[in-house]
Design a protein around this ligand. Sequence first.
Ligand code: 57M
Length: 359
Amino acid sequence: MLYHLLYPLHTTFSVFNVFRYITFRTVLAILSALIISFFLTPYIIKKFHEWKIKSEKREDVPERHIEKQGTPTMGGFVILVSTIIPTLLWSDLRNIYIWVVTFSLLSFGCIGFMDDIKKLKSQRNGKGITGRTKMVLQALFALIICIVLYMRSDFITELTVPFFKNITPRLGVFYLLLGIFIIVGASNGVNLTDGLDGLAIGPVLTVCSTFMLFAYIAGNIKFAQYLQIFYVKGAGELTILCGAILGAGMGFLWYNAYPAELFMGDTGSLSLGASLATIAVIIKQEILLVIVGGIFVIETMSVIIQVLSFKWRGKRVFRMAPIHHHFELKGWNEEKIVVRFWIISIILALIALSTLKLR
Ligand code: 57M
């Protein structure tokens, strides 16, 4: 909104011309998201303590988690507020992609919110909405997102295969299935990862920073042609949205770093995962998400392997899945696991960046 108010003033005062630039508005989005998140979170923590919005009590957790019970949850609410306000302030609101990703944040945030509220109401068994209901709602919202994108005349149903510039399989209508799979998968991947202080938000920040750059390049015809990636008209505005997630995420991490004063809850994890995947679908970097979001993939795979192995062989592969619990039970410190996972995530982001030149 401020963009629409301030930029037209450039005809009278040339200084306002600066609001034309995506880079400048991205910096403003990062800073305003950081400030909102930084100052709103302590207030929310205080209120959530008063309203008893605290994480559930469970007995089946590694010992160290017992002392975490009672930590306020649903911090995703602050992440959503401090992402959406700066996005609305600094981006071009005529851009469809801004609205699609905002819808993704809000719709998956609502599913998470319903789950968190249900868990709070059933404190004794910590049960949220059923897995089936969650999955149906996720698939439904992902379908809406994919259909809106698919209906656009300029939507590309080809896939970018990292490292192979000449291989771009065209999926046609099957793209819808892939899109739904990626959005639902990423949403659940972030959710499964969110089990230690700072563990999920760290990789979210690296994915988001990487996509910030890719969105900028994809939306700029000269850069896209030079780096031989798909040009997506209008995708550049998503740089601002990525900046807002980055700022909001850093503000959240300030309080979620060990020992966490607030958890993001499903409200945060489901919405962040879905929105990053939606951005990947728009900027045509679906497979790259698997690389840069490798931590979420590893965590999800560990659960799948564990469940299948137990079903078929009656034996566990890991001491406990998702894999961060395995390292905890091996005696690694929580901070060590988290920082090591962050390091892996940064390395994966560097590999993702290298795909711009190695192809
Ligand atoms: C929810 N919730 C955290 C917090 C956070 C199929 C199965 C693998 C599902 C999985 C599961 O339920 N995963 C999703 C995980 C919980 O955190 C809350 O949940 C939100 C995220 N959804 O924002 O509100 C606890 O995690 C800890 N935490 C932190 N710091 C944070 O910043 O320390 C969270 C955020 C918090 C806190 O202790 O209370 C969670 O882990 O419960 N289930 C599992 O993960 C279970 N695994 C399991 O059963 N493995 C089996 C099979 C099925 C694969 C096996 O290995 O044999 C574990 N869940 C729990 N205890 N609670 C097992 C141990």
